[in-house]
Design a protein around this ligand. Structure first.
Ligand code: ASC
Length: 156
């Protein structure tokens, strides 16, 4: 391998092996990233929840399309709860995100699992299949918020 290629390969390997924390230059970047990902997830899950609640007409294709995005977005936020990113921008992460991190991760994974099951259920193409899976997913969102999301935004 020539020297430049070796240097380039070394750089790539080092970069992808960086801990998640190092992929955000500042706490502010991590906060913005996770808030954005959660907003995208909530927006697309919310459209399906609105169908389940009868607030908007049921549309099987739209449900699937929205869930594909929600499932993808659900994989994003959690690497951005890096140590030291409790401050940097106003946010609602409680200190327990870091002090009880194993529980936080468990609830995050539970939510990802319920959302994946909802995505599968939606493929049946009926509103009846959607409803219980929407309820289970919403409950998983709420379980994490109850313990790990503050009522009010921090001052910075
Ligand atoms: C949503 C949304 C949440 C959850 C939660 C469920 O649609 O944005 O955060 O459902 O409200 O309790």
């Amino acid at each position: 391998m020539n020297r430049r290629l070796l240097a380039a390969a070394t750089f790539v390997v080092a970069w992808v092996s960086l801990p998640a924390a190092a992929q955000f230059q500042k706490p502010e970047d991590a906060i913005k990233y996770r808030q954005s990902a959660l907003t995208v997830m909530s927006t697309h899950f919310g459209r399906v929840a609105a169908m389940a609640a009868g607030r908007i007409p049921y549309d099987a294709k739209a449900a699937s399309d929205n869930l594909a995005i929600a499932v993808m977005a659900s994989r994003l936020p959690f690497v951005a709860f890096v140590e030291g990113s409790d401050k940097g921008l106003p946010n609602r992460a409680k200190p327990e995100v870091w002090s009880q991190n194993a529980k936080f991760k468990e609830l995050a994974e539970k939510m990802q699992g319920e959302l994946a099951k909802l995505d599968t259920a939606a493929k049946a193409g009926t509103l009846d299949a959607l409803k219980p899976a929407v309820a289970a997913t919403g409950a998983a969102c709420k379980a994490c918020h109850d313990d790990f999301r503050a009522e009010k935004y921090s001052a910075n």
